[in-house]
Design a protein around this ligand. Structure first.
Ligand code: PHE
Length: 468
């Protein structure tokens, strides 16, 4: 089984796998979501937990997920079925594939709406809307966009069509060429933005916010009752940080598994995974370093929510020389980064449909895209028609709920099951054969994936729901 190529084709080189998987990993999660949840969760201590989760949970699971994909060589559903047979385990493991497919649809549904905001901002930047814009001005521009469901729907539709076009062509044609240029360009632009932020005079404050952990601010909620202060531990930021480690590395839902199934047999899984995790983390931290100094310089609220980058970066662009050009380029690159992530969200479902051999790749892509598009309408409405309290559940809009359910529950659960399968169900020989690391490296990975990773995920879950 392991020698066969995937029926879907194969990456042309090891480098292509790294680029495609980083294309999947680096996306809205790094540039849009990381700064805003860091802002909402008080900064440094949250960032520290997130970094720990990347190293102890994210990296070992990424290696496991790539390994399962490359051994199974099919969509996550069929890969899990085959690997379960190989390990003489129950076919119930197929459900892990299904969990991922469902999570992929839900994530793509709202991901596409946010990517639509980025497209709208490309147009506004090119038109010069942000030249010398003030903090108030940019807030009302953002408010006008998300308040208008028809516009959001139009951009959401455009983004979904773009994604389906690439998926229909097969991931390795269009995509391979695109990521080679776009990823480095995005990095350069982020560096320019950090350079600008460095000169705002509030760089130190932004830096401290990100890197000076104050656990009392993040994990303890204090109230003053009758003059006395009482503080209690709150576990939710812990769960959000861990959930984000999964989200940002595209783990726990089969995206990395399906990309791994197109990986050539001889490439090193550990090396590629480390590279991807580092790249992804660097991009997120740079985005944070670019954004928070601007937030403080303009007296904006770090906890402004999902609009944070759309309400801060235009101020920086509007004030810098050549800002119109840089702003257009930046949002364009953000759209591309989202694009290369979106296609990986839907690839597990499309690959599975193609394997059933009843439909062509094109039809499968259209059907999947349409389903996610339909679901996305709920997110479109979350920011306007359905934003009122009467449409909220647990104080969350539909968008917030879908985001919470997928990133903080479904992905960690998928990741936990991947760790259990790779560490406990699969034979030692099979995983050693696939990973081909030196003895010490393999032993370390196996120990972490069997004990540390599952324990960490379970502990965070229990802490978050207040059992511990
Ligand atoms: N990792 C992507 C991002 O950071 C999102 C994603 C999640 C993509 C899960 C695929 C699977 O934007």
């Amino acid at each position: 089984m392991a020698e066969n190529r995937s029926i879907h084709g194969q990456w042309s080189s090891r480098l292509m796998f790294v680029l495609a998987a980083s294309g999947s990993a680096v996306g809205l999660g790094n540039i849009w979501k990381f700064p805003y949840i860091t802002g909402e969760n008080g900064g440094g201590a949250f960032v520290l937990v997130y970094l720990a989760c990347i190293a102890l949970v994210g990296l070992p699971i990424m290696m496991a997920e790539v390994m399962l994909g490359r051994r199974g060589r099919q969509s996550p559903i069929n890969t899990m079925a085959d690997l379960a047979s190989e390990a003489k385990a129950s076919q119930i493991w197929r459900l892990l594939g299904w969990l991922g497919v469902v999570a992929g649809f839900i994530i793509l549904s709202y991901y596409s709406v946010i990517a639509g905001w980025a497209i709208a901002y490309v147009v506004r930047s090119a038109a010069g809307t942000f030249t010398n814009v003030t903090a108030d001005g940019v807030e009302s521009i953002f408010g006008a966009l998300v308040g208008d469901w028809e516009r959001l729907l139009a951009w959401h539709t455009l983004f979904m069509v773009m994604s389906m076009l690439v998926v229909a062509r097969g991931v390795h044609h269009g995509l391979e060429k695109a990521v080679r240029v776009l990823m480095p360009a995005l990095l350069v632009l982020l560096l320019i933005l950090v350079g600008y932020a460095f000169n705002t005079g509030h760089f130190q404050q932004g830096f401290d916010f990100l890197f000076k952990p104050d656990f009392s601010k993040v994990f303890y909620q204090c109230e003053t009752i009758a003059g006395a202060q009482s503080c209690s531990f709150t576990g939710e930021p812990l769960l959000v940080a861990m959930g984000h480690a999964f989200f940002t590395l595209s783990l726990g839902m089969g995206a990395i598994m399906v990309y791994g199934s197109y990986m050539p047999r001889k490439s090193s899984i550990a090396g590629a995974s480390i590279l991807i995790a580092i790249m992804d983390t660097v991009v997120a931290l740079l985005a944070g370093l670019a954004i928070f100094p601007i937030v403080f310089a303009n007296e904006l609220a770090p906890g402004a929510g999902p609009g944070l980058i759309f309400q801060t970066l235009p101020i920086a662009f509007g004030a810098m020389p050549g800002g119109r050009f840089f702003a257009t380029l930046f949002f364009l690159l953000l759209v591309f980064a989202a694009w290369t992530s979106a296609i990986s969200l839907i690839e597990p479902a499309v690959a599975w449909l193609v394997e059933k051999r009843q439909v062509s790749r094109t039809r499968a892509s259209i059907a999947c895209g349409f389903t996610a598009w339909l679901l996305g309408i709920g997110t479109v409405l979350s920011f306007n028609v359905w934003s009122g309290e009467e449409y909220q559940l647990f104080g969350k809009t539909l968008f917030d709920l879908l985001d919470f359910l997928t990133a903080n529950i479904m992905l960690p659960l998928g990741g936990l099951l991947i760790a259990i399968f790779a560490g406990w169900v699969m034979t030692r020989q099979a995983s050693a054969d696939e990973l081909r690391m030196n003895n010490a490296g393999y032993a370390a990975w196996r120990f972490v994936i069997r004990y540390i990773t599952p324990l960490a995920v379970v502990l965070v879950f229990l802490k978050a729901i207040g059992v511990l």
